[in-house]
Structures are given as structure tokens and as C-alpha cells.
Design a protein around this ligand. Sequence first.
Ligand SMILES: [Ca+2]
Ligand SMILES: [Ca+2]
Length: 203
Amino acid sequence: MRTHLAIALAVLLVSAPAFALTSTYGWEDGGTTLGQYGDITATNVGDQVHTGDRSLYLLDQDVGGTPQAFVAWVIGLTDGDEVTACFWRYDTTPGASPSCRIWGSYTSVGGTIDDYAGSAGGNSDYGPGTGWDEVCHTWTFDSDTGARDGLVIQVRTYSNPGDFVWIDDLTVTAPDGTEIRLPSVTPVDVTTWSAIKGLYGSR
Ligand SMILES: [Ca+2]
Ligand SMILES: [Ca+2]
């Protein structure tokens, strides 16, 4: 009996999934991005959505390169942490631009979202270009011997000034104990007592 219990416990410990945080964002509150690199315009719009009433419209205006829209930032990461991000994207040009990809970059310890600390790679798939499709990528965090603790999730648009795509329904999963920042313009923590009092008008 004791052996069986020990085996059961061992199986439980090995098979128990690590706790993870999952955050979602669908641009419903009017947000856009957390930041950008290169010449790109990000606008919260309602003319093309995957779900809800709003989405993110990205207009590529970069002449010489690939601009980036920062749609999430995960901080507090350590070596081996896995981060998965997915979003829905929309274009109707199969095999040609406009298109976009999901990509990642590192940020330095204690830095801002603009403190670039190297590319983290991404998903090279430009999508079918037949309307909405969901693209995902999983990164295994590399701290570069403690120099980095953040991962920026980017939308990269291709390829020419005037190209545009829509983005909606972002999902980010990261290990418990890290922090996922999204472009939301409303307070994330509405469960604090002061927020509840504010919501219900208590004195
Ligand atoms: Ca939406
Ligand atoms: Ca395309």
C-alpha cells in the first residue's frame, strides 16, 4: 500500500503541469500597442474584426525595413521558461504582401520595452492570406547568462509602405510568477478593494 502511494505520488509530481498565466486581449477597450519599431501606424478600428467590435489595424509605412508592432511584453522570465503567444491576422492576398508574422525580441534586465537585447525568432509562416487565420509561436527563454528577463511579442508587417493587416484576439501564456503586459487601456486589476468600491460607488 505504501509503495502504491509512493508511486502514485511520484506520478503526480512528474505529470503535474507547471502553473501558467494566460492573458487575452481583443482590442475591445480601444488600446493599440505597447510600442513600435520602425515606421508603422497602429489604429484601433471597428471595420474588420475577428470577434467583438474592435481590432488592431496596422499600416506599414517603412521604406527600408520591416517595422514591428509590440503587442505584448512578458517580464520576469528566467532560462527555460516557455512563453506561447497566438493572435488572429487578416489579409486577403495569398502568397503576396500585405502579410504579417509573429516574432519575438528580448529586453534587458531592468530595462523598458525599448531596451532591445536581441532577436528571439518567431514563426516564419506568412499565413494563407484568405481572411482570418490564427498564428502561434512558443519561445523557450534564453536569459543570455542573466542579461535579459523580458520577451516582446511583435507583429511584423510585410513588405512595402502602404501595406496593411488587421490583428485580433491575442492570447499569451507564460509561467506563474512572471508578468504579462498587454496594450489594454483599462486597469487589469479590477479586483482590488478600492477598484470594487470605485465600480459600485461605495463611500
Ligand atoms: Ca476584437
Ligand atoms: Ca498576404
